[in-house]
Design a protein around this ligand. Structure first.
Ligand code: IMP
Ligand code: MG
Length: 184
């Protein structure tokens, strides 16, 4: 049953609905299970944006795995990445010999993932791959692509399913376009 399908009044359009999200995350879970079954996998969620996607994704994976999180920030209360990536909380896990899957909400300019992937590579993992729910290729500045992705989106500022504007809207159970008058 579709719940919470009344759109938030600060949004102009639902881009990806709850059921579509559920279906695609299930597909990604199956693809990742094929890729990693039998391997020593650690899924690393970048907080806060990935927390909803991460929790649905790992439950769609039918295999043993570890999870850990990093709190990174680059935006502040703006819709433009500052390019200055800050690590507010680092990993607890030792990555040596592990297969790492970085789980992110959206790959936008790429600055965040470019920086974090390099940092993780220095810690001696067996492999490092990226799974992003959303990809906004039109905004890319860093030379980076996702190994696994849920959806490609156009260049609009979106919120919901973990994505925020000024820390709001993360709990919306769908991905929606934020009305420009809210952030202008
Ligand atoms: P990047 O470093 O420019 O790739 O930005 C990545 C981060 O910016 C993501 O993890 C999000 O937190 C945030 N971000 C990028 N685009 C959007 C958007 O449309 N809505 C909400 N957050 C976004
Ligand atoms: Mg964010």
């Amino acid at each position: 049953m579709e719940t919470n399908c009344v759109m938030h009044p600060d949004c102009s359009e639902i881009l990806i609905g709850t059921e579509e999200l559920r279906k695609r995350v299930r597909e990604l879970g199956a693809i990742l299970t094929e890729e990693y079954r039998g391997k020593d996998l650690i899924a690393i969620g970048l907080l806060k944006g990935s927390f909803v996607f991460m929790s649905d994704l790992v439950r769609a994976m039918d295999m043993d795995l570890n999870v850990d999180f990093m709190v990174v920030s680059s935006y502040g209360a703006s819709t433009e990445s500052s390019g200055n990536i800050k690590i507010n909380m680092d990993l607890k896990a030792d990555l040596s010999g592990k297969h790492v899957l970085i789980v992110e909400d959206i790959l936008d300019t790429g600055a965040t993932l470019y920086f974090i992937r390099d940092l993780i590579r220095l810690r001696g993992p067996e492999s490092v791959k990226i799974c992003t729910l959303l990809d906004k290729p039109s905004r890319r500045r860093a030379d980076i692509t996702a190994d696994f992705k849920g959806f490609t989106v156009e260049n609009k500022f979106i919120v919901g399913y973990g994505l925020d504007y000024a820390e709001k809207y993360r709990n919306l159970p769908y991905i929606a376009v934020l009305k420009p008058e809210i952030y202008q």
